[in-house]
Design a protein around this ligand. Structure first.
Ligand SMILES: Cc1cc2nc3c(=O)[nH]c(=O)nc-3n(C[C@H](O)[C@H](O)[C@H](O)COP(=O)(O)OP(=O)(O)OC[C@H]3O[C@@H](n4cnc5c(N)ncnc54)[C@H](O)[C@@H]3O)c2cc1C
Ligand code: SF4
Length: 831
């Protein structure tokens, strides 16, 4: 048996061993793996999910039957004697040696970089240390929200900043380049990315570097090249990586100009017994900081060790990246910076919708070379595999909103569907033909979709195109659609996420199923949204019962049913806004929005409003927002019905009702339609005989007018129909599906809906009405619920301790006589 020693137990070393074990059926190799980290190999790409509650066990890669020595790094390689010595004194002879030592974070040589409170972001141990320091900072008595400085605004820096935010700190990203993610995105994409990142509560400073870090009364102060000083509890360096090639250098192996062990197209170093793969390897002098090129190298070496002839070239390596940051979509693939001679760039930039898309094509506009997507990366899965292939359609139409839908049929068989694992469309189609009829089955037999997961939508498309009925499962933790899950919750009486996942799901849940289940539980009137473990399921807005706005401040919107407000109420709103320094604005939905509240101010603001008889307007929730009304017969000489009275009654009836998406209503007192009721999810227009009911009107990205469901209804029938319509929507729509696409998705569309609501064709009308009565009967104001419960208030307590201390990262300037936010380092933002 031949001896293989692998130094490094990271993702790429693990992939090599897995590939070799899979293929070495003759048992040619005995494998020994040396790991510097004391843990088994884990998914570093998903590292940031660790701070969101994913455990180290969840991240651990499958164990393999090899001699594995953890926490025992190799310290010397004797190439003449073909022996590796470890820190503990182990001596391991080898026939083949693979260096898979990865990289180390680059920490710029600034004074103070070693101070306590300075960290790097690379391993689970790093994250444990960051988490402990963040918890200590947050718990420390004293003023305001705790802050952090992240040095580096690349992919990792932004991930680190997001992680720090979820640990309760206000991060500030400092990037030396003029834009974020300078390697992946271009100038146009970078400008939009910055806007999106800032609206996700991360402050950004580009074009400056950190010159030094000093200690000041238990905190850190980072001095920037422009002289600005930033206070921080933690500094995290994420300024790039350097290949961990010290061992190779000491063993006399040639390294590239910028580091990394030089390898040829077989991934072999200058020594025929030594190979290098992953981030430590420099192929044609260049290193690769992504997992897909490393996996490709691992496959080549596994093949070579078994006598194969596999090779690779830099051109074959996939450098696509997608930012895994909640709420900020950014992806780049292929020649994103258009460096190919003669390359043309096609750009669709929509600053209003917040999307930027660029395709880079060859000089004859026939071949796709690469692209950048910011704001909406949904086309990434379909576009990335097309790199190097002929364009299947006009490039503008491929990225324009509402342009051509790229089906999997546009791809050649050789197109790589999963770049992490180098799986082609041909291989996926073949596996489907062999009986793999679900995404998990495809994952199991091809490995596609098992790493970063960005190709999963394309796997689903390929299954559909092959005539396979694709599961509507909510996510990998629940094999049910949202509608099925709703029925399970409604019929079983299960009222907790953990109970539901234990009995009807698997794992611990994710960002998809947790808020979806939270919404289902809330729709069923299972108490306050912060009760028990429900609190942990909510997204940021529901978490604080207020709308998160720019700069990390919140806006507060009291309910004004039907838009009616008394002079006394107006005075109180004015006083609250004045006393807390809030910017006020009348919204498009007949509300008064008060902006600029800090988290710690929210309870005090609510207290004043609740004492004055106001309640939450639910502007933060996926729930009823407003019922807008005109003045109707109360004032208008054209009015034929009391539109205000009906709007008030409907708003009070449906307030607090949680749904798959936010929904709105409007009531107009005559056909002149001054309340714009037909742009609402349900709209009512008065007639001489009663009320016309319209449904499925949506604003947003795809505006749509509502359509007539029933006419000339008396008020009691109207309310009954709306009860049925809303409950039917809440029970059967998909996650985050608005009413218009939901009606379109119903087999039979509006006619079917009319049959269910008006004729009770499914025999469920009584059920739907009873569910609505249950909601109406159990409604309670959520703000009051927090104010009356010390435990719920506790989440605001650390800030209430210092209610008058402003967040150091929140700045405002005056505009038209009111205070508006300034995003730090970007004086023009908000204008
Ligand atoms: C937070 C984060 C997010 C990322 N996101 C993405 C992403 O979205 N997409 C993507 O493609 N890539 C991403 N990456 C990069 C990706 O994780 C790396 O490309 C990949 O892990 C490289 O694998 P590797 O095996 O070469 O190195 P590593 O995973 O770093 O493994 C090397 C291992 O070798 C060990 N080692 C070093 N020296 C010795 C020694 N002398 N003896 C024994 N062991 C030693 C190290 O301790 C380490 O455990 C991300 C990285 C991080 C940190
Ligand atoms: S919709 Fe009719 S009733 Fe209402 S304000 Fe306009 S004109 Fe008057």
């Amino acid at each position: 048996m031949l001896e293989l020693v692998v130094i490094g137990n990271g993702m790429v070393g693990h992939r090599l061993v897995q590939a070799l074990c899979d293929r070495d059926s003759a048992g040619e190799w005995h494998i020994t793996v040396l790991g510097e980290e004391a843990r088994p190999a884990y998914d570093r790409v998903a590292l940031s999910s660790y701070v969101d509650g994913v455990s180290a066990e969840d991240l651990t890669l499958p164990s393999l039957t090899v001699d594995l020595h953890l926490g025992d790094p190799a310290v010397a390689v004797d190439r003449d004697a073909r022996r590796v010595t470890t820190e503990s004194g182990r001596v391991l002879p080898y026939d083949a040696l693979v260096l898979a030592t990865g990289s180390v974070p680059f920490v710029p040589p600034v004074p103070g970089r070693d101070l306590p409170g300075c960290f790097v972001y690379r391993t689970l141990d790093d994250l444990d240390a960051i988490r402990a320091a963040a918890a200590e900072a947050v718990a420390r008595p004293g003023a305001g929200r705790r802050s952090a400085v992240v040095v580096g605004g690349g992919l990792l820096g932004l991930e680190a900043a997001r992680a720090l935010r979820s640990l309760g700190l206000s991060p500030q990203v400092v990037e030396i380049a003029p834009r974020l993610m300078p390697v992946q995105v271009d100038e146009g994409g970078g400008a939009l990315l910055r806007r999106l990142v800032e609206s996700a509560e991360l402050a950004v400073r580009c074009g400056v570097s950190v010159n030094g870090i000093a200690e000041d009364r238990g905190r850190l102060v980072a001095t920037l090249s422009d002289g600005v000083e930033l206070d921080a509890d933690l500094v995290v360096f994420s300024a790039g990586i350097r290949p961990a090639d010290a061992l190779a250098r000491a063993a006399g192996l040639p390294v590239g100009e910028r580091g990394g062990v030089l390898v040829d197209e077989r991934c072999r170093t200058s020594d025929e017994h030594v190979w290098a793969i992953g981030e430590v390897a420099a192929l044609e002098g260049r290193t690769y900081g992504l997992v897909a090129p490393g996996y490709a190298m691992a496959e080549v070496v596994a093949d070579r060790l078994l006598g194969g002839r596999a090779t690779m070239t830099p051109e074959e390596l996939d450098m696509s990246t997608q930012l895994k940051m909640l709420g900020v979509d950014v992806a780049s693939f292929g020649d994103a910076q258009a460096t190919t001679p003669g390359a043309l760039e096609v750009v669709v930039n929509d600053p209003v919708a917040g999307t930027y898309a660029k395709l880079v094509v060859s000089d004859d506009a026939r071949t796709l070379l690469g692209g950048v997507l910011v704001g909406d990366a949904s086309k990434y899965a379909a576009l990335r595999p097309l790199v190097g292939s002929p364009l299947p359609a006009d490039p503008v139409a491929m990225i324009a909103p509402g342009g051509v839908e790229l089906g999997a049929d546009a791809l050649p068989d050789s197109a790589q569907i999963c770049s992490c694992n180098a799986v082609t469309k041909g291989a996926v189609v073949h596996a489907i033909g062999d009986g793999a009829d679900t995404v998990p089955a495809l994952k199991a037999c091809t490995r596609a979709g098992t790493s970063c997961g960005s190709c999963v939508p394309l796997l689903k498309k390929l299954l559909v195109d092959s005539g396979v009925q694709v599961s509507k499962a909510l996510c990998e933790h629940f094999a049910f659609s949202r509608a099925e899950l709703f029925e399970i919750v409604a019929s079983t009486g299960i009222r907790t996420f953990s109970g539901l996942v234990d009995e009807h799901g698997t794992g611990r849940g994710c960002d998809i199923c947790k808020p979806a289940v939270a919404s289902i539980l809330a729709s069923l009137g299972t108490g306050h949204v912060h009760d028990g473990e429900q609190a942990a399921l909510q997204d940021t807005n529901d978490h604080f019962l207020a709308n998160l706005q720019r700069n990390g401040t919140y806006s507060v919107v009291p309910r004004l049913p039907g838009g009616e407000v008394s002079p006394e109420q107006l005075i109180i709103i004015g006083e609250v806004a004045r006393d807390f320094g809030l910017y006020t604005k009348i919204t498009g939905g007949q509300r008064i929005d008060m902006f600029g509240a800090r988290v710690e101010q929210l309870p005090a603001i609510w207290r004043r409003l609740v004492d004055a008889g106001f309640e939450s307007g639910h502007a933060y929730g996926k729930s009823l927002r407003t019922v807008k009304s005109c003045v109707g017969t109360t004032w208008c000489r054209y009015g034929v019905q009391d539109s205000v009275g009906l709007a008030v009654a409907l708003e009070l009836r449906y307030r607090g009702l949680r749904a798959p998406h936010k929904f709105k209503s409007g009531v107009s007192g005559c056909a002149r339609e001054c309340a714009e009721a037909r742009s609402k999810d349900f709209g009512i227009i008065a007639t001489d005989q009663g009320w016309n009911l319209y449904v499925g009107g949506n604003g947003g990205f795809t505006p749509r007018h509502a359509e007539l469901l029933a006419s000339d209804l008396d008020t009691a029938t109207l309310v009954r129909y709306i009860d049925r319509y809303l409950m039917f929507y809440i029970r059967t729509a998909d996650r985050l599906q608005r009413t218009a696409p939901w009606i379109e998705s119903l087999e039979g569309g509006l006619d079917h809906l009319r049959a269910v609501v008006v004729e009770d064709s499914l025999g469920i009308a009584a059920d739907l009405e009873a569910a609505m009565e249950q909601h109406v009967g159990s409604y309670a104001d959520e703000w009051r619920g927090v104010l009356e419960d010390e435990e719920k208030l506790a989440r605001f307590v650390s800030f209430v301790n210092a209610p008058d201390t402003p967040d150091p990262l929140v700045r405002t300037r005056e505009e038209r006589g009111q205070r508006v936010p300034v995003a730090l380092g970007l004086p023009g933002v908000g204008a």
